[in-house]
Design a protein around this ligand. Structure first.
Ligand SMILES: NC(=O)c1ccc[n+]([C@@H]2O[C@H](COP(=O)([O-])OP(=O)(O)OC[C@H]3O[C@@H](n4cnc5c(N)ncnc54)[C@H](O)[C@@H]3O)[C@@H](O)[C@H]2O)c1
Length: 276
């Protein structure tokens, strides 16, 4: 029996993290697009990893339970990498909330029930959530602790309170960070750790859809005027994941790490600050 990693989201960020952390493990690669799962598994297998692809839909509890039971056939689950998601230019408000918000909550909850002692996980949230004004303490607590199956009935997530797909995405990613805090308490009872990484803007197919979507100019301006002066790469996200998932991060759990080339700093205190 092997140590098993579940990778949800066979995209560029997911693969970069899996390649960094998955040496010697069985890597179960789930994606709604089976082609993506197969492609990433093949690239990894041709590079010496042991990956197996499967169809998996993050918005479905049944599908999440299915990938967990598939993973358990190979051994104990010791790592979770959740890099599945849809962006504001790719999906409707309803789909974004179902995949990015609800699906992530269910996945963290279910993997947290079976993760091996000493296991680690990361979920990819987004810097986008950091640009949204603060919610009230009560709203944050609801996002953190409402049972996953009731999350989408919360008043703050109803259509009349969500302005557009960007707002839905920001709420979803804010929720991811709050769930990670609440889940860290539960995962800790198993000696395990869970953290989030909030990137922006990392060149991947998802980011390309944003560059070519209605907010394209906004994003191009963002990386031109952030302190780093360029977009980031999935391998740089993997650098953060390596810290969080390895023993070097043993004292880090329930945290969200921002990796955005300083875009958030510039948004508040530099040239990216919105005009009032
Ligand atoms: N690229 C960026 O700049 C950036 C910034 C902030 C956050 N993120 C987040 O990083 C994560 C990974 O995105 P990426 O940039 O690597 O994009 P990517 O397009 O390379 O990968 C995303 C993958 O998620 C899969 N997916 C979509 N819906 C799914 C579902 N319902 N179930 C299972 N899989 C599904 C897609 O098919 C795709 O393979 C996403 O959650 C995204 O929101 C990315």
């Amino acid at each position: 029996m092997k140590n098993v990693m579940i990778l949800t989201g066979a995209g560029q960020i997911g693969m970069a993290v899996a390649r960094r952390m998955g040496t010697g493990m069985k890597i179960v690669v789930g994606d709604k697009k089976t082609d993506n799962a197969q492609t990433i598994a093949q690239i990894m297998n041709e590079a010496g990893f042991d990956a197996v692809p499967m169809e998996m839909d993050l918005s479905s509890r049944a599908s999440i339970l299915n990938i967990i039971s598939e993973a358990l056939k190979y051994g104990e689950i010791s790592m979770l990498v959740n890099a599945a998601g849809v962006s504001p230019s790719q999906a409707s408000v309803e789909t974004i909330l179902k995949v990015d918000l609800y699906g992530t909550a269910v996945l963290l909850d279910e993997v947290g029930k079976v993760i091996r002692q000493g296991g680690t996980g990361v979920t990819i949230s987004s810097q986008s959530g950091w640009r949204m004004p603060a919610l009230t303490a009560g709203e944050d607590e609801l996002l953190a602790t409402t049972p996953a199956d009731e999350l989408l009935t919360l008043p703050l997530l109803q259509p009349e309170n969500i302005h557009d797909t960007l707002h839905a995405y920001q709420m979803a990613k804010r929720c991811n960070e709050k769930r990670v805090m609440a889940e860290a308490v539960k995962w800790g009872k198993r000696g395990s750790r869970i953290n989030a990484i909030a990137p922006r803007i990392i060149v991947t197919p998802l980011a390309m859809d944003e560059f070519n979507g209605p907010r394209g100019d906004f994003y191009k301006n963002m990386f031109a005027n952030c302190p780093a002066g360029r977009p980031g790469t999935a391998d740089e996200v993997a650098n953060v994941a390596e810290l969080l998932m390895s023993d070097k991060g043993a004292f880090i759990t329930g945290s969200t790490f921002l990796i955005d080339g300083g875009a958030t700093s510039s948004y508040y205190y530099g040239p990216l600050k919105p005009e009032v």
